[in-house]
Design a protein around this ligand. Sequence first.
Ligand code: PLP
Length: 411
Amino acid sequence: VFKNVVRAPDIPVYAVMVAYREDSSPVKLNLGMGVYRTEEGKPLLLDVVRQAEKLLVNDLSANKEYLPITGMPEFNKLSAKLVFGDDSPAIKENRVITVQCLSGSGSLRIGAEFLAKHYHQRIVYLSQPTYGNHPNLLAAAGLSLKTYRYYDPLTHGLDFQGMLEDLAGASSGAIVLLQVSGHNPTGVDPTLEQWEQIRQLMRLKGLLPYFDCAYQGFVSASLDADAQSVRMFVADGGECLVAQSYSKNMGLYGERVGALSIVCKTANVASLVESQLKLVIRSMYSNPPIHGASIVTAILKDRDMQSQWTNELKLMTDRISNMRRQLYNALRDKDQLAMDVVCLAGTPGDWSHIMRQVGMYSLTGLNPEQVAFMTREYHIYMSSDGRINMAGLSSKGVSHLVDAIHAAVTL
Ligand code: PLP
């Protein structure tokens, strides 16, 4: 009965991972999938997570019964505080409803399903470019996708005017997906002044902000500083949605732990929204898993463990900054040796955007042909849009990467 099923295209980021695994070259580099690697190129299990797991194993009162549909209440409370701040008036006024979901992706999908059923506008605007799974997660819920300008390939920075123009021209009441910090794939975030202008414009036009918070703490190592954008929107008393992920900042990728918060105008509306979120979740997976949320809760509720977490976050962000510096220096020095070579890339002599971009990624400006060349000739695996996962690079891979980039742009 399934013989007419048509083969689906490969999912690019997984195809890159498979190709990397199958490559036997000793110099191969995986800069594709967005996961953190140590200087030795290994996955990192945070010490604080290990410690939390030990506590959980020894907790004799623990059980494996079903969680409520909306997840673990303490986890939800702590997650809301993490993103909105300890003193958030919206939390104190009970205007925020938070539900535990299956990581950032699951949170985004639950929020999209809720909006498709209960919000009057189906159009959602996505940054151009955006995280590859955003269109799938939102369209699958029945939302219609449009884009707003975001990245300027000439400056490798924000196309702020383009963004404002597109938001100003957006259909009234449209949903706008915004990334809280550490924008994937560009590594480009608005400044706080720019966020303020975005906020004013969106509120003026009645656009609904839907925040994706997948990298809190990965830009500045300050959890508070990295959440400023969303807090500005909450401070004005208006509505917004926030999908949170603990994949990157706690290294809990495979535990699938995250949360969706919906900030409402009143506590009464928040309770109505919660009742409908329960129906959405019930029909999709009934209730979320225990383990990851227990780890997060153990860490967030304990002052010492929380500070140990932020220390470990800082080690990760420092290592990423160090990689940016090393890559930039090596490219700059290599360029000086080859000043008179005609280069083909957009900005072959200026790689300073690698230093300016923030978070886990750098959108290098390398084009798909150059990336394909680097994979073929240098065994370097990355997404075809030229995005490098800076957290996948280590000191010993820098010179090989620079050789490959240099060869690619001087072809
Ligand atoms: N949002 C963004 C911007 C991401 O980059 C990712 C993962 O890379 C996600 C959401 C989803 O991640 P997860 O489902 O693991 O939380």
